[in-house]
Write a protein that binds this ligand. Sequence first.
Ligand SMILES: Cc1cc2nc3c(=O)[nH]c(=O)nc-3n(C[C@H](O)[C@H](O)[C@H](O)COP(=O)(O)OP(=O)(O)OC[C@H]3O[C@@H](n4cnc5c(N)ncnc54)[C@H](O)[C@@H]3O)c2cc1C
Length: 173
Amino acid sequence: MCFQWWMKAASVAVLCAALCIRGPRPRRPGLRRYYADESICFTRLVFMTESHPLAAPPEGWGLLAGIPVRAGEPCPSDARVLERVRRDVARARVLPPGCTVEGARLMVADPACVVFTRETREAAAACRAHLARGGIAALGRYGRWEYGSIAHAMGQGRGWARAVDAAAAAVAG
Ligand SMILES: Cc1cc2nc3c(=O)[nH]c(=O)nc-3n(C[C@H](O)[C@H](O)[C@H](O)COP(=O)(O)OP(=O)(O)OC[C@H]3O[C@@H](n4cnc5c(N)ncnc54)[C@H](O)[C@@H]3O)c2cc1C
């Protein structure tokens, strides 16, 4: 309970708005675009079919908008968020002519981004030490309470597995 409270206080949630778009795919839009304009509700757009071309039918493509919000705070309704995203996507002029938004859905990642302070570092270290005493290795973004990518989290898992293998081989051998 206490840890859950701390996690909320030390994290940011991200509302992920997924738009299903019918029409021609944008030419070389890049994987992601970042927005610092505070009048636009999202900070990032991900062009999903750039990394995964088969993730949408050929006559369409997917766009994911990321909207950071304070973790644990009440959010506006899905409909309001999606309406705002559609409006700001139009303002950002990312849809090629002939494209229409056929569907939209909202997913909430909470917690999403961890917040770093001296207190959070100390609390995370104390939690990890406590778990380690019980034989539990805490890895990954939330396990270690640090910023990292998917590759980073998987690398930690592989490294841990190699260390366990090596220790078992040393005992056996
Ligand atoms: C909005 C957003 C966009 C991102 N974009 C990218 C990107 O484009 N590229 C990239 O490389 N990285 C990206 N990341 C980062 C990447 O998602 C994380 O670094 C990575 O997923 C961390 O892996 P993890 O195993 O630590 O945590 P997770 O992948 O979150 O896995 C933790 C799992 O534990 C489960 N779980 C939690 N509590 C319990 C419980 N009590 N019992 C059982 N199961 C539980 C959760 O359901 C979850 O499945 C993004 C993250 C966010 C939030």
